[in-house]
Write a protein that binds this ligand. Structure first.
Ligand code: HEM
Length: 152
């Protein structure tokens, strides 16, 4: 199940359903400049903050070749290189997703159950490459069509 875990983790990086998180700032917080040309920026108490999860997941500073689907990012050898806070499919902190473990178990159980009886196949309607719709969540334009061929 290790490789399936890597595949699911990478799918949740590249097509993360919760592509932005939101928080309300509870006390003034200043982000100090780190490089020449940058200026300090203060997030004031009460301010709404959007955390662009999908932008972070596609930032080459955190994930090399971010457009490439590469489950090896999550192998035992490589997953230690993922910086804390850069992989956020289930959010972070005390209000992170309460159902994350259940969701991961369920996704894997469904994939295993289907793969034990069927092969997934591309069909004419399968969108290659996937194009996403402008929406509040990850929705594939025209739907995500696949063929199932019964295994013999
Ligand atoms: C792949 C499936 C799922 C994804 C990607 C997902 C993602 C998320 C994200 C990004 C958040 C916001 C976390 C934050 O703001 O830090 C969240 C919150 C939440 N999720 Fe999920 N979720 C999934 C499945 C589920 C399931 C199966 C359940 C329940 C059985 C669930 C229940 C919740 C609840 C109750 C919250 C609000 C937690 C709080 O505000 O304290 N989620 N989820």
């Amino acid at each position: 199940m290790k490789y399936l875990d890597q595949v699911v983790s990478e799918a949740l990086r590249k097509w993360t359903p919760g592509f932005a998180l939101n928080r309300v700032c509870t006390k003034d917080y200043t982000i100090e400049p780190k490089q020449e040309g940058e200026v300090a920026f203060t997030i004031s108490k009460g301010c709404y903050v959007m955390i662009p999860v999908i932008g972070i997941h596609f930032d080459p500073n955190y994930f090399q070749n971010p457009g490439v689907f590469d489950p090896e990012r999550f192998s035992d050898e490589n997953k230690g290189n993922i910086l804390p806070g850069s992989y956020l499919p289930f959010g972070s902190g005390p209000r992170n997703c309460i159902g994350s473990r259940f969701a991961l178990l369920e996704i894997k159980a469904v994939i295993v159950a289907l793969l034990s009886k069927f092969e997934f196949q591309f069909i004419e309607k399968t969108p290659v490459p996937i194009k996403l719709m402008k929406s509040f969540s990850m929705v594939v334009q025209g739907g995500l069509w696949l063929g199932l061929k019964r295994r013999t």
